[in-house]
Design a protein around this ligand. Structure first.
Ligand code: PLP
Length: 503
């Protein structure tokens, strides 16, 4: 509610602090997803101050605020310099991985249209396509482990996803499957470096060469790994070639708000050439107001994130990132080795980055006698003050828990291992989460779109979820129910859930 009279700042800050008391902590390393902590408060402080300094600059019009051009050139140049480009590499500073991916897909789609492969040949003219996923419309070849941001881009931009499987042991995309999936309507082939779920790098060089031989652009999603893998490599890890220097790679996304440790709202999209970058841009003079030239999806946007990212890069420097890379690598090795020694648990694949997926030795959750239900394990860890991120089973990959190891993890890695071991033991004793009899079948059979709010709220309550905004602490049953549903039904449930908590 809008107050009748303005309130003093101390009161507002006190209220924010109170509201945040129920949040997961963003510092300290006990939350193993969403947040990236260097463990060096002075770095985050520098970023906050620069963020605030640039906060009111509007990136809508670079000619009005040339400071943003200078900063963006420096930030894009730094990313290009580390990832196989140079001072002349074209790039765009965006608000995050999803926006970078959206623009990469738009550029590829419009490149395909301009080449006349959509039937009409006219840029931006979808004539010849027979609807959103029409038989002649654009397609994108995507590993099943690729981030949902590509599905979102496909949905927004009218591109059909052609999913390709990954190897069940290494979790890397199958090159022959990519080859078989490429067709006349393929506008883009995607690989991840690494993919988020298991932290492994797809065979970038092979896939990019293949795409290039078929005249198709290849995007490397290095959103999570772009600003991590080079430092891990320098620290001694074996990292395959994945960047813009790999022949056939035409664009690459790298989020600075992940392993760049910048405040949220910071990603860079690089292009092999400026012509492809122009396909990501949007201009409009089709109204009587100011002229629109946008490099990003957003139009008016704060330069705060750009200032924050620039300051983080400048205050850490090469030396700072290399040191963070060293500690991250050491912590990851210790974590992988420690988890392997915990009875009943295993690490999926061989993580090449610092993203680790932990599954039950017998695939679960809890389906087999004596197996640890990883969702119960996550609740046990949460009770002990640690957040481990549940990942549902998908495409033959079992349910598991995700841990993103960051710069701050090393000092607490032994404590983390102790909590995982204790929680695993408690989960074994507790047994698997009990899914109410017939509930997944019931959910799958009802028309969720048609359900009224009261009935959906009741349904949610039956698995212990109240839609009052305070997230449930016990999630094992919820996760087990979701896990038992097909992906499309999971999606409908999640949309209903989101609309429920905001109503
Ligand atoms: C590999 C990968 N790509 C894309 C994204 C999406 O990034 P964002 O959440 O910044 O939109 C993520 C996020 O974790 C990711 O790990």
């Amino acid at each position: 509610m809008l107050p009748e009279y303005g309130r003093p700042v101390h009161e507002l800050l006190a209220e924010l602090a109170e509201l945040k008391a129920g949040d997961l902590p963003v510092r300290g390393g006990k939350v193993t997803a969403y947040v990236y902590d260097t463990g060096r408060p002075e770095i985050h402080d520098a970023a906050h101050r620069a963020y605030a300094e640039m906060l009111e600059v509007n990136m809508l019009d670079p000619t009005a605020f040339p400071s943003m051009i200078a900063l963006e050139r420096q930030v894009v140049g730094a990313v290009a310099g580390l990832l196989g480009g140079d001072g002349g590499t074209p790039g765009i500073f965006t608000s995050g991985g999803t926006e970078s991916i959206m623009l990469a897909v738009k550029a590829a789609r419009d490149h395909w249209r301009a080449a006349g492969r959509s039937g009409s040949g006219a840029p931006g003219d979808a004539a010849g396509e027979t609807g959103e996923n029409g038989a002649r419309g654009p397609q994108m070849v995507l590993p099943v482990t690729a981030h949902p941001a590509f599905h979102k881009a496909a949905h927004y931009l009218g591109v059909e996803v052609v999913p390709v499987p990954v190897d069940p042991v290494t979790f890397r995309v199958s090159v022959p499957a990519v080859e078989a999936a490429i067709g006349d309507r393929t506008v883009l082939v995607v690989v991840s470096a690494p993919s988020y779920p298991q932290g492994v790098v797809d065979p970038v060089a092979e896939v990019a060469a293949l795409a290039s031989s078929r005249g198709v652009p290849c995007h490397v999603d290095a959103c999570v790994g772009g600003w991590l893998l080079p430092w891990l490599r320098e620290a001694g890890a074996e990292i395959p070639a994945f960047d813009l220097s790999v022949p056939g790679v035409t664009s690459l996304s790298c989020d600075l708000h992940k392993f760049g440790y910048a405040p949220k709202g910071a990603s860079v999209l690089l292009f092999k050439d400026a012509a492809l970058r122009r396909r990501a841009y949007f201009a409009s003079a089709a109204w009587p107001g100011y002229t629109i030239i946008n490099a990003t999806v957003q139009s008016s946007r704060s330069a705060g994130p750009l200032g924050g990212a620039w300051a983080t890069l400048q205050s850490l420097g090469r030396d700072g990132y290399l040191e963070l890379g060293r500690t991250t690598l050491e912590a990851t090795r210790r974590l992988v080795e420690g988890v392997a020694a915990i009875p009943g648990l295993r690490v999926l694949g061989r993580p090449e980055s610092s993203l680790v997926a932990i599954a039950a030795e017998q695939d679960g959750p809890g389906g087999t006698d004596g197996a640890i239900d990883v969702f119960v394990l996550a609740d046990e860890a949460r009770r002990r003050g640690w957040f481990l991120q549940p990942q549902l089973s998908y495409a033959g990959i079992p349910a598991n828990l995700h841990i993103t190891v960051t710069g701050v993890t090393l000092h607490g890695v032994e404590a983390m291992l102790e909590v995982i071991a204790e929680s695993a033991e408690a989960a074994r004793k507790a047994g698997p989460a009990v899914v109410p009899d017939g509930l997944p079948e019931l959910i799958a059979s009802v028309d969720l779109e048609a359900l009224d709010d009261a009935t959906f709220t009741e349904l949610a309550a039956s698995v212990g979820i109240s839609l009052d905004g305070g997230g449930p602490k016990e999630m094992a049953v919820v996760n087990a129910v979701l896990d038992a549903l097909p992906a499309a039904v999971r999606e409908t449930v999640l949309v209903r859930f989101l609309s429920g908590i905001y109503s």
